[in-house]
Design a protein around this ligand. Structure first.
Ligand code: TTP
Ligand code: MG
Length: 329
C-alpha cells in the first residue's frame, strides 16, 4: 500500500489499489486468528486472489517478489510514510523532501519554509500519533457540548467519526454542531465564533490549524463552518489532541452526520449508489434528477430532496438504514 501511496495519481489504477489494500488491511486487522496459508487468506472478506497470493508468498518466503520488480525502495517508502504522518504533509511534499535529501523529522524541522500547519504538526507530533481512548473522546465531547449549551441550551453537539461508529479508540475527535431550524450562515458563524472564543478562553483549544472566516454573503444562505485545531483537557499530563468542529445548517444535519460518521469507504459506496440511481449525495444532502454526461460528469446540480435526517436519506435511496456501528465498510 505504501508503494502505491507514493506513486498514486488521483483516479489512477494506483489510487484504487491503495483503497483496495486499505479495505483488506482493515479486514485482516479485525481477525482474531493467524493467517497460515494462501487458502486461509483467500477466505478473508476483501482479500482477493492476487493479494492472497502475496500473503502466501510472505508466509512461505518472508518477502514479496513483486516488490523487487517494482524497484521498491524501502528506505524511500518508509521515509515518505514518516513525513506523511506529520499533520499538513501530503504525498507530493513527502516525495519532494525525500528527493531533496531529507531523511528525519529533525531534517524537516530545520526547513525555513514550513507552513503553519506543518509547524503545528511537528510541534505536537508525538501527542498526535497517540490514539485517543473512547472515554477521553467522550470527555472532550462534553467540553464542547457545554460551551454550545452555555450559548443556547437548544444547540446540539454530537461526536461523530470513528467514535460514533463505536471504535474503542480514535485518531481524532470529530464534532458536529447544529441548532434546530437554523440554516443561515450569519447565525451559524455566530454560534461557531462564540463556541471557539469560549473554548480558547478556557485554554481548551491551544492551537488552530484552520479557523473559519466571515464573508457578507453568508447572511442568507446555508453555510458549513469547519474549525480544525488542537485541544487539551484541563489538568496535569493531558495529551494534545486533534479536534474538528463543524457548525452546519439544520437542514443539512443528516447529510453531514452521514459524511462525518463515515467511514470514508462507506461514504464512497453510498455516493456511488446514489450516482447509479441518477442522484447525488454530498454533505449538503441528497439531490435527485441529476443529469450526467460523459464519464459520469454531472451536467446539472439536481434537486435537493433529503438531508435533514440520516434516515430520510437512506429512505430516499431505498436502502436499509445502517446504524453507525454498521458503517465499517
Ligand atoms: P476522520 O476523522 O479522518 O476519520 P475517522 O473518524 O473515521 O477515523 P479516525 O479514528 O482515524 O479519526 O474523518 C471523519 C469522517 O469523515 C470519516 O469517517 C469519513 C469522512 N471522510 C471521508 O469521507 N473522506 C476523507 O477523505 C476523510 C479524511 C474523511
Ligand atoms: Mg476521526
Amino acid at each position: 500500500m505504501d508503494h502505491y501511496e507514493t506513486s498514486k495519481v488521483k483516479g489512477s489504477n494506483e489510487h484504487f489499489k491503495v483503497i483496495n489494500y486499505r479495505k483488506a488491511i482493515t479486514a485482516i486487522r479485525a481477525l482474531d486468528y493467524e493467517i497460515k496459508s494462501e487458502e486461509m487468506a483467500l477466505k478473508i472478506p476483501r482479500v482477493g486472489k492476487k493479494l492472497a497470493q502475496k500473503i502466501g508468498e510472505c508466509i512461505s518466503f518472508g518477502r514479496i517478489k513483486k516488490l523487487d520488480h517494482l524497484n521498491w525502495d524501502q528506505e524511500k517508502s518508509k521515509t515518505e510514510t514518516l513525513f506523511r504522518s506529520v499533520y499538513g504533509v501530503g504525498s507530493e511534499m513527502a516525495t519532494a523532501w525525500y528527493k531533496d535529501g531529507l531523511r528525519t523529522l529533525d531534517d524537516v524541522r530545520a526547513l525555513p519554509n514550513l507552513t503553519k500547519n506543518q509547524i503545528s504538526g511537528l510541534r505536537f507530533y508525538d501527542d498526535l500519533l497517540l490514539r485517543i481512548p473512547r472515554s477521553e473522546v467522550e470527555q472532550i465531547g462534553k467540553v464542547v457540548e457545554a460551551a454550545a449549551h452555555k450559548l443556547h441550551p437548544e444547540i446540539q453537539s454530537q461526536v461523530t467519526g470513528s467514535y460514533r461508529r463505536g471504535k474503542p479508540d480514535c485518531g481524532d475527535i470529530d464534532i458536529v454542531v447544529a441548532r434546530p431550524n437554523i440554516d443561515n450562515g450569519d447565525e451559524l458563524f455566530m454560534i461557531m465564533d462564540h463556541i471557539l472564543k469560549d473554548l480558547i478562553n478556557q485554554g481548551f483549544l491551544v492551537d488552530h490549524l484552520s479557523l473559519p472566516t466571515w464573508e457578507d454573503s453568508y447572511a442568507t444562505r446555508p453555510k458549513h463552518f469547519k474549525y480544525m485545531g488542537i485541544c487539551k483537557l484541563p489538568g496535569e499530563n493531558q495529551i494534545h489532541r486533534h479536534i474538528d468542529i463543524l457548525v452546519v445548517p439544520w437542514m443539512h444535519l443528516g447529510a453531514v452526520l452521514i459524511y462525518f460518521t463515515g467511514n470514508d469507504i462507506c461514504n464512497r459506496s453510498m455516493r456511488l449508489l446514489a450516482s447509479n440511481r441518477g442522484m447525488r449525495l454530498s454533505d449538503k444532502g441528497l439531490f435527485d434528477n441529476v443529469m450526467r454526461g460523459k464519464i459520469r460528469k454531472k451536467v446539472n446540480e439536481g434537486r435537493w430532496v433529503a438531508g435533514r435526517t440520516e434516515r430520510e436519506i437512506f429512505d430516499y435511496l431505498k436502502i436499509k438504514y445502517l446504524e453507525p456501528y454498521e458503517r465499517e465498510c
